[in-house]
Design a protein around this ligand. Structure first.
Ligand code: FES
Length: 106
């Protein structure tokens, strides 16, 4: 049996387009982003060094987040690192929206 759970994060529905915020769940440091009205979630610690990506830059047209320290960008859909120095992908999480509820699969 899977240990994955859909967690209710409806409290983030008020996040505005182009914004991201942090969400801690157990030992996970996650970020939730609103990109053009769609919600995305990934780990928020850069895979290059210990930097919080919510202090970085969200690009809504590219659907990427850019690290504030060495400017590696990550694809918010796949988590892939798009340019050096980061090479490892960010863990991404599925999000689903049902009526006025928002859930993340952890
Ligand atoms: S800490 Fe993020 S690219 Fe270096």
């Amino acid at each position: 049996m899977s240990s994955e759970n859909w967690i209710d994060i409806s409290n983030f529905l008020g996040l505005k387009k182009g914004e991201m915020t942090d969400f801690d769940y157990q030992d996970k440091k996650i970020m939730i982003a609103n990109i053009n009205g769609d919600f995305f979630a990934s780990d928020r610690v850069c895979t290059h060094a210990y930097v919080d990506l919510t202090g970085g830059f969200l690009n809504e047209s590219e659907k990427t987040v850019t690290c504030p320290l060495h400017l590696s960008s990550f694809d918010m859909k796949s988590g892939n690192a798009l340019n050096l120095p980061a090479e490892d992908p960010l863990q991404v999480y599925k999000i689903k929206r049902e009526k006025n509820k928002l859930f993340i699969l952890i």
